[in-house]
Design a protein around this ligand. Structure first.
Ligand code: BG6
Ligand code: MG
Length: 217
């Protein structure tokens, strides 16, 4: 059977992790909760709802459901303002050559993202055509580190979990891939992502000989 190459979106394909951070920091500030880059690592890959709950627990704060809904709405409105003008130049360096190589070699490519904004972002940066399947925050009920998003992505392209390779920049996402029994590739700080089977700082470090070994594994 064939492989599935599954990509996370935010912080892996596009440089949107910084926008999520800025939007959450604004919310945390308004709640009077300190929110650092280090705290943010725990939010990467995590659904919008869970992210707010994590911020609230950081500050030991409890608010009503109505207030939560309002903050979630405002966070997303703020985030949408950041991404509205996104263009191809916000695709992270080295990503397109890897996607192109996999496509040229007949490999299945899927998206496995927690974001409900995934499709419009892929459209904005003009790389929707690379993907054989897209699973995003609108499709799953269990957030990473639950493996649901990656299991569905593999299933949609007809691959076994053990034949899937996941590219992730988040701790929660690496854990989700590992729980699914997939190969996990951490993109970013190797210390933060020490649970990944392979680590790279970015896609410019991923060469075709490495991709070839994954294809043949
Ligand atoms: C993940 C991001 O990809 O998607 C998280 O890493 C974000 O930071 C999550 O909270 C949900 O995204 P959205 O766009 O639905 O708020
Ligand atoms: Mg990510």
């Amino acid at each position: 059977s064939h492989k599935a190459f599954i990509f996370d979106l935010d912080g892996v394909i596009v440089d949107t992790a910084k926008y999520h951070f800025l939007a959450w920091q604004k919310i945390a500030n308004r709640l009077g909760i300190e929110f650092t880059h280090e705290h943010n690592e725990q939010l990467k890959g995590v659904s919008r709802i869970r992210s707010l709950d994590l911020i609230l627990s950081l500050g030991g704060k409890e608010i009503t459901q109505e207030e939560k809904d309002q903050y979630l709405l405002e966070k997303n409105e703020d985030y949408l303002e950041y991404i509205i003008n996104m263009k191809e130049d916000e695709i992270l360096e080295g990503v397109v050559p890897v996607l192109q190589y996999l496509k040229d070699n007949g490999q299945k490519i899927a998206l496995g993202s927690a974001s409900k904004n995934a499709r419009p972002i892929l459209e904005k940066v003009s790389i929707l055509h690379f993907f054989d399947a897209i699973v995003d925050g609108n499709d799953v009920t269990n957030a990473k580190p639950d493996p649901e998003v990656f299991l569905r992505a593999a299933q949609l392209v007809g691959a076994l979990a053990s034949d899937a390779i996941v590219f992730e920049d988040s701790v929660a996402g690496v854990q989700a891939a590992n729980i699914a029994g997939m190969i996990s590739i951490g993109i970013g700080d190797a210390k933060t992502l020490h649970e990944a089977q392979y680590n790279f700082n970015d896609f410019t470090e991923i060469h075709t000989d490495f991709l070839q070994t994954l294809v043949k594994k």
